[in-house]
Design a protein around this ligand. Sequence first.
Ligand SMILES: Cc1cc2nc3c(=O)[nH]c(=O)nc-3n(C[C@H](O)[C@H](O)[C@H](O)COP(=O)(O)O)c2cc1C
Ligand code: SF4
Length: 603
Amino acid sequence: MSGELDALDQVLSRYGRSPHALVQILREVQLQTGWLPRAQLGAIARELKLPLAHVEGVVGFYRFFHARPVGRYRVLFSDNITDRMLGSEALMADLCARLGVAPGQVSADGGVSVDRTSCTGLCDQGPALLVNHQHVITRLDAPRVAQMAELIRAETPVPAWPQPWFAVDDNIRRADVLLGMALPPGAAIAVGLARGAQAQLDEMKRSNLRGRGGAGFATGLKWEMCRDAPGESRVVVCNADEGEPGTFKDRVLLTRHADEVFEGMTVAAFAIGAAHWPVQGLVYLRGEYSYLLEPLQAVLRRRREQHLLGAAIQGRAGFDFDIAIHVGAGAYVCGEESALIESLEGKRGTPRIRPPFPVERGYLDQPTTVNNVETYCAAAQIAVHGGAWWAGIGTRKSTGTKIHSVSGDCERPGIYEYPFGTRIGRILEDCGAHDTQAVQVGGPSGVCLSAFEFGRRIAFEDVPTAGAFMVFDRTRDMFEVARNFAHFFAHESCGFCTPCRVGTELVVRRMDKLASASAGGRGSAHDIQVLFELDRLMHATTHCGLGASACNPLRDTIAKFRPAYERHLRSLHFEPGFDLDAELSIARHMTGRDDPGAHLEKR
Ligand SMILES: Cc1cc2nc3c(=O)[nH]c(=O)nc-3n(C[C@H](O)[C@H](O)[C@H](O)COP(=O)(O)O)c2cc1C
Ligand code: SF4
């Protein structure tokens, strides 16, 4: 017990007993203890001078925190549709059978639990899983699962499992200016310093770079608004939460181009912070990528030694900027910038009411610029090569290149970088897709395109994207694709606002009701009408982008792949949402009858 207290004390001391570090403290404590007993939460609450209810509320928000024992081996299968297409469900059933545990449960001896989790960002090398929230295993197959069951039964520590299982490939298939041109560390900062802060900002505006996280807001303008906001200090945040299913390009940028990411953040700190040094830098790294934490910390250490971070960067007196990494704990909504800031502050990741926007009042009420990983990479290249150079690539409204995470039914899944304006069909040809029925661009909250639309182009003015490119051939049931996405949104809704909390669940129930129709179930055209109505309602009334876009895949697939839904209809009119015959089973049991006469007539 005193050892446990010492360990807790060390973690608390490392974070200066700051309540804003609560999420990080909980993560590190749980790494040591496996789960978070109430007594421990009480000790943390006392030390951080927070109400216990607050600490428990934070633990309850994040899926990777556990207030109950979860087993020494906690196995989480990635549950994106692409993992399922590669057989993840059968593999999980096999593992559960071998270990004698049901999905979502802890084994009787308390040793192991097996469950699903949202996309782990390894769709180019799935099926994938996470063990103990730290170790990723890629390219699962039946022999791996069989051996894994043996290793778990023998209580072999995870780091001693076969090393090839943990290999994560970058799979860069097409490189352009971001993936193909590594910058020498410090090059962009040097050019920026020589140019001056205002000129650097002007260069960003000239480039017309738009954010790569999805919304496409002009980066130069965002930096300028942050610079001009009232207040003494500034914060630069890198959004590396990458939770959109099917998106994994930031994983590769952080693996291969971490220097450019940190360099871009430093250029931002210089441009927005000239009158406000020191500037604070924060990277929000998704919990699923925590295996990248140590390599990224090593890059940060080296950059400090190279005087590219810390006090007086590259000798410029007063230009003080450093970067800390905050690791998330399994909540997709934390990718939304205001939820991300709440999480950085050690709270539940509930999106804030806006205005004020983060550029005015962000992290700890300081003006904060939040940008995507790829946006910072682009900013570093723009600092070196100039805004006009960047603006000369792509289209007038969508300048530069875009990196795509390609997965699904194609011969060469991986990372592809193209100038904006590239045809969808071109990407399909390059990745070796055949007989393609549909492409989901930008993940579940993006757009689903049918074969008639493969001539359209990737651009903010045509098909915008945050980076996912999931390919579905003609063997796939687009209804099942949409149903997987519906489950994802219901699972990830933070529950703050009723239209999203209830709406996503109602969508799932309708989709499940339709799905059961193929087994003689209860779908009707009325159910499809209800889905349309839910879409309208949620789009208009939810608090953040998650709820607003949760029905996008339904709307697209109903409009473009209607037969996939009609296959699930039993009636053109109305079918009740419950199975009356099944509901009568208790009455049958009580009367001791189960003969055909005790059942409702089957149509
Ligand atoms: C539910 C939700 C999830 C999001 N997830 C991410 C994410 O994982 N990464 C990201 O960069 N932006 C994400 N965004 C967009 C951010 O809110 C924000 O617009 C972005 O980080 C700004 O960076 P940019 O201007 O460089 O695009 C998400 C938005 C919503 C509504
Ligand atoms: S829309 Fe959904 S995710 Fe967003 S705040 Fe409301 S409940 Fe939370």
